[in-house]
Design a protein around this ligand. Structure first.
Ligand code: CMP
Length: 137
């Protein structure tokens, strides 16, 4: 079993797509081991995406991620990191395969509905950034 960290981003929550996305997550075989609705501060978004701080889109990204509520998730499945990235699809919804979450719910590379960890080390950092031990099962 493996765990990964996921976010249902502010665009999807504002668009009332969180329920549909959670249904797709469960239908794909993940078990939700942690879940919290939150509204990130700009500082919390900047800390989370610190690896991107030199990128030209960092300000836009952290403004967007702190623009409204999002859903934080700890997901478990065999090969969860790769499996969740496959279900999300490519970062840019226009390039994402049919049947993926970003293709179905994203509208631009910034407003792309979901986030997922890209490697085991990233998953450990991201899960630890948002969930204390007692907050995941
Ligand atoms: P995510 O998987 O959350 O990781 C970093 C995010 O930066 C990515 O999804 C995109 O939403 C966002 N991003 C990447 N490239 C750009 C870009 N060129 N303009 C705006 N946002 C971007």
């Amino acid at each position: 079993m493996e765990r990964t960290f996921a976010i249902i981003k502010p665009d999807a929550v504002a668009g009332k797509k969180a329920g549909q996305i959670l249904a797709r997550i469960e239908e794909a075989g993940f078990t939700v081991k942690g879940m919290r609705l939150t509204h990130l501060s700009k500082a919390a978004a900047e800390g989370f995406y610190a690896v991107h701080r030199e990128r030209p889109f960092f300000g836009e990204l952290t403004d967007f991620m702190s623009s409204g509520p999002c859903v934080l998730l700890c997901l478990e499945a065999p090969d969860a990191i790769r499996k969740w990235r496959t279900l999300m699809g490519a970062t840019d919804p226009a390039k994402a395969d049919a049947g993926t979450l970003r293709r179905d719910f994203g509208t631009s590379i910034g407003n792309n509905a979901t986030h997922g960890s890209d490697a085991p080390e990233t998953a450990a950092f991201e899960l630890g950034y948002f969930f204390r031990g007692m907050e995941t099962l």
